[in-house]
Design a protein around this ligand. Structure first.
Ligand code: PRX
Length: 635
């Protein structure tokens, strides 16, 4: 009889080493590991110690013997009209060329390569080429602007950067190169070389002699390159991915090599039920963790074909994704609730127009999945729609249903159960005691974290420990900073963040980062940014600003003009994804007597809820100002 998910989970916790030894056999090791787990220095976990492997070998080379002529990467751009399938053999050739190019620019083991690219195959070649060389990639989402990019350059200190002339969205060219030039001007230690893939979208692109290198020209010199993989000890880093927290300084989530590979291939088998030779379609972007894990690594490690899609879900019409499902016989799809809410506004007939018989299930993650959206898509697809919950930090599911082990019934709005490998608890916010069923608590993980989770914060072990493992006095447990609740049947529900991180259309942003950008306006003295509920995007940022000199802001037109200036600054610093829905001007912010801004109360008022306990409020007039500012945009 098949093993129950409960037993599978129990085994993963009670016999950690046996369980993960079994999973580790899913990948190839150049040298076997000596120890499954080294947990001698909590909370730092080292998995598969002494084993040597390589991600690129497992994602590409390994499949050549059996599937060289089978599709590996299916590229579709509804922005440029490009459509091209790379077989495993072709992917191998392109990755070797790119690896030789990087090598020619001096990249070697341990060096960082910063990838700032739109959704084009060369971004995937660059990621795989980097790990082939034993180097470390840091992909920065193409929607981030120059200040964000510069901060990441300064933290990762890349040897080389790879970019493109432009991206494209909704038919509009978005030039990348001016942002890159500006970021390199701002950076303290810019890389010596920038490789530019010229898509021919931005004809006015300028090049810096001696620094900028043309991708196509360099590639032409390495057409027959065969670059041997650099074997890495399992715990050596494979990549850095920056993510937002409560400070203005993003954290470099560091991933290892062996644990990363094992966790992703195992998740493809047990959670997504993706089989070798099938097609997987994750609608995310390579700049986010979902893109890393489920556009690139997991499908390729498993020998699947992965669809890489540049475009929006509703162009040329709202049937485009389903058309791709039919055309490429997609077996498993992964998307985000916001995308489904966007599709829900369109004619449901689009879902009936195509043959979706290849599709086994749709997975959704990244933000809370509301029940009406879940029902709508499940009814339309007539397939299981599986909500699962995880974070950039973990790299794969924390909560999920795992139909590859047991098909457990799904409950709407619940990402089901703790994934195998996670000793999950719901803890009381202050006492740190476990809460009971139907009681709200903080979702916490008793370490060691399973394979694939972050191993540290890049260059800052202390920050790793301080940020994630010190939320509960006297207990070293990992905090997800999410509220959760478990029902009597053991199903979990996620209730939102405990910190100042917000989730805009599935994109994670720190309100602090937005505040810092807003504050760089010459006439802003202080600002509070909160995330407020939005029907489409889940949340949107809303800014309450105190002007240094409010005398010029007496008319609505003057306030609008300054709001626009603030928008422009946020666009330049962070990118348009961080732009607040409104900037509302007040003369003081509600604070406690000790000077802490009452963000939760502001957020509650903006969402039409009770502001909660205001006994510590310093000046009640501040709350009245917030109320009338909100009324000015809601009435
Ligand atoms: O608040 C949770 C929310 O997104 C956060 C992680 O975002 P990110 O690091 O971008 O990783 C996304 C990986 C899918 C979480 O702390 N979140 C993620 N999935 C869900 C969710 N909230 C509710 N339900 C989910 N399924």
């Amino acid at each position: 009889m098949a093993e129950s998910y409960r037993n599978f989970h129990r085994r993963s916790i009670e016999d950690r080493e046996g369980f993960w030894r079994e999973q580790a056999a899913l990948i190839e090791w150049e040298r076997p590991f000596e120890r499954v787990l080294d947990y001698d220095r909590p909370p730092f976990a080292r998995w598969f110690v002494g084993g040597r492997t390589n991600l690129c070998h497992n994602a590409v080379d390994r499949h050549l013997a059996t599937r060289a002529a089978q599709p590996a990467l299916i590229y579709v751009s509804t922005e440029t009209g490009a459509e091209r399938t790379y077989t495993y053999g072709e992917l191998h050739a392109e990755v070797n060329r790119c690896a030789a190019m990087l090598q020619a620019l001096g990249v070697g083991k341990g060096d960082r390569v910063l990838i700032y690219m739109p959704m084009i195959p060369e971004a995937v070649f660059a990621m795989l080429a980097t790990v082939r060389l034993g180097a470390v990639h840091s992909v920065v989402f193409g929607g981030f602007a120059s200040h964000s990019l510069a901060a990441r350059i300064d933290d990762a200190r890349p040897a080389v950067m790879i970019t493109a002339d432009a991206g494209m969205r909704m038919g509009k060219v978005i030039a990348y190169k001016p942002l890159v030039d500006e970021a390199l001007r701002l950076a303290q230690q810019p890389p010596k070389n920038v490789v530019i893939f010229d898509r021919g979208l931005d004809k006015s692109m300028a090049r810096v002699a001696g620094r900028d290198v043309d991708y196509a020209e360099l590639r032409a010199r390495h057409m027959d390159a065969q670059v041997p993989v650099t074997w890495l000890e399992s715990n050596e880093p494979s990549y850095i991915l920056y993510t937002s927290g409560t400070t203005g300084r993003p954290k470099g989530v560091q991933r290892d090599t062996g644990g990363h590979a094992v966790s992703l291939i195992a998740s493809m088998k047990h959670i997504y039920c993706g089989e070798p030779g099938e097609t997987y379609f994750a609608t995310s972007d390579i700049g986010w963790v979902v893109g890393h894990s489920y556009i690139v690594y997991a499908p390729l490690l498993r020998g699947m074909a992965s669809v890489m899609y540049e475009g929006v879900p509703v162009r040329p019409d709202a049937g485009i994704w389903w058309k791709l499902v039919e055309q490429y016989k997609v077996a498993v799809m992964f998307s985000a609730p916001t995308a489904i809410r966007v599709l829900k506004k369109h004619d449901p007939a689009y879902l009936k127009k195509y043959d979706l018989s290849s599709l086994k299930h749709l997975f959704l993650a990244g933000e809370p999945l509301d029940e009406p959206t879940a029902r709508w898509i499940a009814d339309a697809l007539e397939r299981p729609v599986i909500d699962h919950y995880w974070q950039t930090e973990t790299g794969w599911s924390i909560l999920a249903s795992y139909p590859g082990v047991e098909r457990t019934p799904l409950k709407f709005a619940s990402p089901s159960f703790p994934a195998y490998g996670y000793d999950l608890r719901l803890l009381h916010e202050t006492s740190g005691q476990e809460v009971g069923d139907e009681e709200k608590g903080v979702v916490a993980i008793v370490p060691p974290l399973p394979p694939g989770c972050l191993t540290t914060v890049w260059g800052d072990d202390d920050r790793f420990v301080q940020t994630y493992f010190t939320s509960f006095a006297g207990k070293q447990v990992y905090s997800t900073f999410d509220w959760g609740i478990r029902d009597r049947d053991g199903y979990y529900f996620i209730l939102g963040r405990t910190d100042d991180v917000i989730n805009v259309a599935g994109h994670r942003l720190g309100t602090r980062e937005i505040e810092e950008a807003v504050c760089s306006h010459a006439n802003v003295a202080e600002v509070a940014v909160v995330g407020v509920q939005d029907k489409l995007k889940g949340q949107v940022p809303l800014a309450f600003a105190v002007a240094k000199d409010p005398s010029g802001l007496t008319t609505p037109a003057a306030r609008k003009a300054m709001e626009q200036e603030v928008f422009d600054i946020v666009d330049q610093h962070l990118g348009a994804i961080g732009r607040p829905a409104h900037v509302l001007f007040v003369t003081l912010l509600p604070k406690t007597r000790s000077g802490k801004v009452l963000r939760r109360s502001i957020q509650a008022l903006a969402e039409g809820r009770d502001p909660g306990d205001l006994t510590t409020l310093d000046d009640p007039a501040a709350i009245e100002q917030i109320k009338s500012a909100i009324a000015s945009v809601t009435t």
